[in-house]
Design a protein around this ligand. Structure first.
Ligand SMILES: [Zn+2]
Length: 103
């Protein structure tokens, strides 16, 4: 295990500075207060930082998107959303990679 993959152990008696504490981290994980991003008329995203029982951290994202009233428009929206989520996941994963060093 190198320095980048070392996991922090979850000590529920010591909350990290970003943890909302209280009832949110009683299930073996620490959870921040969710960050809400509202776009009126379009939807809402809730982002929550979580440290799991194994010490690994992740972002939990809940999206609420307004869909068209009729098919096939709603289905097309879902397909677009799925494709864009793929891009978001790739970009977010790359952003967490260790910076390259000059050889
Ligand atoms: Zn906590």
């Amino acid at each position: 295990m190198n320095a980048r993959t070392v996991r922090r152990s979850v000590a529920l008696d010591r909350h990290p500075g970003w943890c909302a504490a209280g009832h949110r981290c009683n299930l073996g994980e620490h959870r921040a207060d969710p960050l809400a991003v509202d776009i009126p008329g379009y939807g809402r995203a809730l982002l929550t930082r979580v440290r799991g029982r194994d010490g690994r951290e992740h972002a939990e994202v809940t999206l609420t998107v307004a869909l068209a009233d009729a098919e096939p428009h709603a289905r097309a929206q879902l397909l677009t959303l799925a494709a864009d989520l793929h891009t978001v996941l790739r970009r977010a994963t790359r952003a967490g990679a260790a910076p390259r060093t000059a050889a």
